[in-house]
Design a binder for this molecule. Structure first.
Ligand code: HEC
Ligand code: HEC
Ligand code: HEC
Ligand code: HEC
Ligand code: HEC
Length: 385
């Protein structure tokens, strides 16, 4: 009997776990909080992301009253997550957790491990409420750093270490390799076994160059207002539409004269295919400029298009990938142009992307100014000599 009750309690506590609110972290981590507040992770719910809402509104799970997106878009909403697990009606309700905590500080810092599954992975959460994982090479073997307020002889020298609010565990390898991102970012399959998106497992095993080092580089400003540091980990999550300068260096563009004309190459140094979401469309615009302007122009598109019977469809209806010209992980894409260039010609290369393929902007009726716009990632000029 006692055993039964215990098991029951345990099962309950797995779901009843509430996450400490991000606004609490703000008190001691104001810079990180400000970056996070403006990031896709804070804004991942239908209330803060117009595009996510537009897609959800068309999604068949809405009819079924099953907000299956919660798993990755608002996992902090524990009530909703519990309803989903129990196959009850599970629809998002506008609330603080949906608008302020979609993928929250405490949620991310409590991801203990990733369980691999066919349709999408699962985050295994630590159950210790105020123990957060973090990475620090020098403290790697510390599993529980506690707050210490040392005062030396007669209180002359004060030395504080640790956090007065929480303990820290530096020993989780997943916070060094970026594997902790892979519960949500690894892959999502639709009901026809087609990858809606995928990042290869191997993309999150290197510690030198990881999801974290590229998307969350160290930037100026203190990590906490209690213990001052020169730098902190950027929490705005760099992408082309946000802080592109952090990422542009991982995509290298070159151009040179060839026998037949000239060539342009794009080297993707990211550990994943360049653009991951099936709504994205990449564009390369190449021009040859001579005294009076452009004498040659060519535009190319790269995309991964999902479809059915060889026609593009909405991602959940697709039974195959009908076209894939997206630049792959670590690929160097070379494009040859048979246009004869002369000395002093300038080759202008513009590379970037549309967040939403312009063909889909109307389908989803999202704000064309916000989503149909071309974001430039690279603009470079090469002089022929
Ligand atoms: C397995 C995790 C997972 C699930 C489940 C999931 N998503 Fe996502 N979704 C992501 C990730 C990760 C991104 C960011 C990917 C990127 O930018 O390439 C994303 C991005 C998006 C975007 C693009 C947002 C933007 O502003 O550019 C849309 C739209 C979207 N998801 C819709 C949905 C809908 C609708 C559902 C539920 C029916 C859903 N997703 C379920 C992980 C998931
Ligand atoms: C999407 C996941 C994610 C979210 C959301 C997130 N973090 Fe982090 N955070 C990380 C990762 C990954 C690192 C880098 C590895 C490490 O040091 O833990 C990190 C690093 C940190 C650090 C380390 C100190 C430093 O060098 O900057 C602090 C402090 C921190 N986060 C606090 C926060 C706070 C506060 C929030 C909310 C405002 C937050 N995090 C939201 C993933 C996240
Ligand atoms: C009362 C102040 C306070 C609050 C509230 C607080 N922290 Fe901290 N936190 C600190 C201090 C101080 C440190 C630095 C400890 C050290 O390095 O010795 C720290 C360090 C961290 C680190 C590890 C940084 C490292 O050394 O790599 C993470 C991660 C972190 N906090 C996350 C959070 C999250 C998430 C929240 C909210 C749920 C939060 N903190 C709330 C004071 C606080
Ligand atoms: C709990 C799930 C979850 C985790 C963990 C997570 N993400 Fe995300 N991430 C998302 C979702 C969902 C989106 C898309 C939100 C939207 O736009 O609606 C996203 C968006 C992004 C974007 C796109 C930002 C943009 O403006 O287009 C980047 C970059 C990103 N995540 C990087 C990371 C990195 C790096 C980590 C690990 C440190 C990580 N994420 C961990 C769920 C997650
Ligand atoms: C070597 C640097 C590098 C590494 C490592 C890296 N990325 Fe990226 N990531 C990029 C670049 C460059 C882009 C493309 C520019 C963009 O979309 O903004 C990008 C784009 C993204 C996007 C947005 C894609 C879209 O379609 O909007 C997400 C989400 C993302 N990365 C997540 C991750 C995750 C998760 C990992 C770890 C498994 C990771 N990245 C590892 C450099 C890197």
């Amino acid at each position: 009997m006692i055993r039964l009750i215990l098991v029951g309690l345990l099962a309950l506590s797995l779901y009843a776990q509430e996450y400490v609110k991000s606004s609490v972290c703000k008190g001691c981590h104001p810079t990180i909080y400000a970056e996070y507040y403006d990031s896709a992770h804070r804004k991942a719910s239908i209330y803060e992301d117009e595009l996510h809402k537009a897609v959800w509104d068309k999604h068949p799970d809405k009819e079924k009253k099953q907000y299956t997106c919660a798993k990755c878009h608002t996992p902090t909403d524990t009530k909703l997550m519990e309803a989903l697990e129990n196959n009850e009606e599970a629809m998002p309700q506008k609330s603080e957790v949906q608008t302020q905590e979609a993928v929250s500080c405490a949620y991310c810092h409590k991801i203990q491990d990733i369980e691999e599954h066919t349709n999408s992975n699962k985050n295994i959460m630590s159950l210790k409420e105020k123990l957060f994982f973090s990475a620090d090479e020098k403290n790697r073997d510390i599993k529980k750093k506690e707050y210490k307020d040392k005062e030396s002889y007669m209180g002359m020298v004060k030395e504080k270490t640790g956090s007065p609010f929480h303990t820290i565990n530096y020993s989780n390898k997943n916070f060094y390799t970026g594997k902790m991102c892979m519960g949500c970012h690894s892959h999502l399959k639709n009901d026809n076994d087609v990858d809606v998106c995928r990042i290869d497992k191997d993309a999150a095993k290197d510690e030198e160059t990881s999801c974290i080092s590229c998307h969350m580089p160290k930037v100026k400003g203190t990590a906490t207002s209690i213990k001052l540091t020169k730098k902190h980990t950027y929490h705005g999550f760099a992408s082309t539409s946000k802080n592109n300068s952090m990422l542009a260096k991982y995509v290298k563009v070159k151009s040179k004269k060839t026998k037949e004309g000239f060539r342009v190459s794009i080297k993707n140094e990211a550990s994943h295919n360049l653009f991951l979401h099936p709504m994205r469309l990449a564009k390369l615009e190449v021009k040859v400029l001579r005294e009076n302007g452009a004498v040659f122009t060519k535009t190319e598109h790269f995309a991964r298009v999902l479809g059915k019977d060889n026609k593009p469809t909405l991602p959940w209806l697709a039974d195959s990938v009908i076209h894939n010209s997206m630049i792959k992980a670590n690929e160097r894409r070379v494009l040859n142009y048979d246009f004869t260039v002369k000395d002093d010609d300038v080759i202008e290369v513009i590379f970037g992307y549309y967040r939403v393929n312009p063909k889909m902007v109307d389908v989803f009726k999202v704000n064309p100014k916000k989503y149909g716009q071309f974001h430039i990632m690279k603009k470079e000029r090469f002089i022929i000599e």
